[in-house]
Structure formats: structure tokens, C-alpha cells
Design a protein around this ligand. Structure first.
Ligand code: NDP
Length: 300
């Protein structure tokens, strides 16, 4: 491996420490405790794991953590009523509805019912519009984490060629927008992109957010490029024992690391940064709600 490893785990610990420091200041100087409410509907096992670790980390940085677990059959009106209550609760500064929701619930309707100022996932249509027009917004956590790592590694990404593979509303599109706002020259690739290898080969920065295990091989990477691997894919790992699995990203780590200038691993790259950015967004939302200065370096 010749690439520098961008250690998301260590960077996330640094971000969480910054958040914790700010939380302490809010408590001692202003008697305010930032509060994050997480709403989980149904029993999706992956969502349960995410919610558990979000709760643990929220508490660890000194914030108030509130969890609402609702039955998979919950009526839309009941979920909207809960969101309404959280919107007006002065002790709650961030609201996160864990996705995916059960099929009978309209995700867009539910997300857009959250007060945009408390929308710490940054998925509300108002926040999407604010980000798209370069205004102050709540920024989706995963792309924000990627941006922080890119800024830390490059200093400035202005003028660099960036390719984002994937155009989802939660990762690809906001990632491209953030890169553009930082003056990178951005290409968004997706399943219909022609000659994807050639498109990727032109990039100084590659962000892979596809959901296809090890799809990007090393010979697609321009020598010295920075590779950010958002993908989380589970593969069978019989070598670890029967029924065991291992996590891999959307890039083939070994071949890409042999060519790239810097690369994030999976696990230990983008994943830990996502939760750290959720905490950062909550403390930012709390400061904005109280007319206080925002922590530096924790927003886009
Ligand atoms: P989506 O399934 O919503 O989007 C995938 C995107 O990849 C689509 O835009 C799709 O294109 C594109 N795509 C699919 N196949 C190809 C292909 N062969 N060539 C080029 N593009 C292709 O996924 P998400 O954005 O939600 O997530 C992407 C990955 O990131 C997943 O592995 C997910 O688990 C992971 N993830 C990780 C997070 C973290 O914290 N680390 C957080 C969120 C997601 P099209 O639009 O044309 O269909």
C-alpha cells in the first residue's frame, strides 16, 4: 500500500471531543443541554444497531438522548403527531427519524414534517434547498463527514476534479453539492454513466457511494488521487467461521490503495464520521436555536 490512510475512526474521535467540549460550555455558561431525539419505527435489525450506537455516543458527549420506539404498524398520523410534539419541545434541538420507514409510511411527508431547524439529518426539503443555494443549512451527516476528511487532508479542494459515484438524496447529491460549494469541479456518475472507468480516471477526488461491494478497482484510479469509500457492504467470510461476515466498501481497497494518494478504509472510515457529524449537527442546531455562536469547523 502506498496511499496515506485517512483514519475516520481517529478523526471522528477528535470531532466528538470537540462536540463534548462545546456541550460542556453550553451547560456551564448557559445552563443549556443539547438534546437529540431519535425515532425508530419497526424492528429493522440494522436500524436498531444504528440507533443503539447513536444513543451511546450522544450520552458520551454529554447530550440528552431521547429515544422513541414505535410499533411497525404505527399510523402515519401518530408518527406525525410525535414529530409535532418534538418540534415544539424546547429541550430537543435535533430530531432524527431512522430510515428506512415501513412501506405504509410516506418518508418524504414524515421528513418534511420535522422543523428544519431541528432536522439534524439535513433531509428536509428546506435544508436541501439551502444547501443547493449555498446558504446556511443543516447538512446531511455522511457527506459532511466526507467533506471534513477531504478538507483535513487537502486543506483546500478548490479547483480539484471530483467524481461522486452515486446520486442518492442522502449521500451522492448532497456530497456533490458540498464539493461544488467548496469550488471543486464536480461530476456525478450513476448507473447510466457511460465509460465510468474513464470518468473516474480523471478525478483528483473519488467518492464512491454505490452499494456494490468492491466495484471500483485500482486501475480506475488516477495515481495520487484521494479515494473516499462510503459503501458499507457485508460479504460472507467463511474463513472467520460458519455464518460469519465481513464489511467491505464500494472500492477494492488493496488495488486502490496501491495507486491512490490517500484512501479511507471500511470499516473505520466514513462510518464513524457519520455519527460524529450527527452530534456536531445537534450541537450546531442547539447553538442556532439559542442565538449562540456555532462551534467552528463542525459545519460546512
Ligand atoms: P442508493 O442505493 O440510494 O444509491 C446508489 C447509487 O449508486 C445510485 O445513484 C445508483 O445509480 C448508483 N449506482 C448503482 N449501480 C451503479 C453502477 N453500476 N455504476 C454507477 N453507479 C451505480 O445508496 P446510498 O446512497 O444510500 O448508499 C450508498 C452506499 O453507501 C451503500 O453501500 C450504503 O450502505 C452506504 N452508506 C454508508 C453510510 C455511512 O455512514 N458510511 C451512510 C449511508 C450510506 P442510479 O441512481 O442510476 O440508480
Amino acid at each position: 500500500m502506498t496511499a496515506t490512510l485517512i483514519d475516520g475512526k481517529a478523526f471522528a474521535a477528535k470531532v466528538r471531543a470537540q462536540v463534548a467540549e462545546h456541550v460542556t460550555r453550553l451547560k456551564t455558561d448557559h445552563a443549556i443541554t443539547p438534546g437529540l431525539a431519535v425515532v425508530l419505527v419497526g424492528e429493522d435489525p440494522a436500524s436498531q444497531v444504528y440507533v443503539r450506537s447513536k444513543r451511546k455516543m450522544t450520552t458520551e458527549v454529554g447530550m440528552k438522548s431521547v429515544e422513541h420506539r414505535l410499533d411497525a404498524e404505527t399510523a402515519e398520523a401518530d408518527l406525525l403527531a410525535l414529530i409535532d410534539t418534538l418540534n415544539t419541545d424546547p429541550e430537543i434541538h435535533g430530531i432524527l427519524v431512522q430510515l428506512p420507514l415501513p412501506k405504509h409510511l410516506n418518508e418524504d411527508l414524515v421528513i418534511n414534517a420535522i422543523d428544519p431547524a431541528k432536522d439534524v439529518d439535513g433531509f428536509h426539503i428546506s435544508n436541501v434547498g439551502l444547501l443547493g443555494t449555498g446558504q446556511k443549512s443543516m447538512v446531511p451527516c455522511t457527506p459532511l463527514g466526507c467533506l471534513m476528511m477531504l478538507r483535513e487532508h487537502h486543506g483546500s479542494i478548490s479547483g480539484l476534479d471530483a467524481v461522486v459515484i452515486g446520486r442518492s438524496n442522502i449521500v451522492g447529491k448532497p456530497m456533490a453539492q458540498l464539493l461544488l460549494n467548496d469550488s471543486a469541479t464536480v461530476t456525478i456518475a450513476h448507473s447510466r454513466t457511460k465509460e465510468l472507468a474513464d470518468v473516474v480516471r480523471r478525478a483528483d477526488i473519488v467518492v464512491a457511494a454505490v452499494g456494490r461491494p468492491q466495484m471500483v478497482p485500482g486501475d480506475w484510479i488516477k495515481p495520487g488521487a484521494t479515494v473516499i469509500d462510503v459503501g458499507i457492504n457485508r460479504l460472507d467470510a467463511p474463513e472467520k467461521g460458519e455464518g460469519k461476515t465481513r464489511l467491505v466498501g464500494d472500492v477494492d481497497f488493496d488495488s486502490c490503495a496501491a495507486v491512490a494518494g490517500a484512501i479511507t478504509p471500511v470499516p473505520g472510515g466514513v462510518g464513524p464520521m457519520t455519527i460524529a457529524c450527527l452530534l456536531a449537527n445537534t450541537v450546531t442546531a442547539c447553538c442556532r436555536a439559542n442565538g449562540l455562536p456555532e462551534p467552528e469547523g463542525l459545519t460546512a
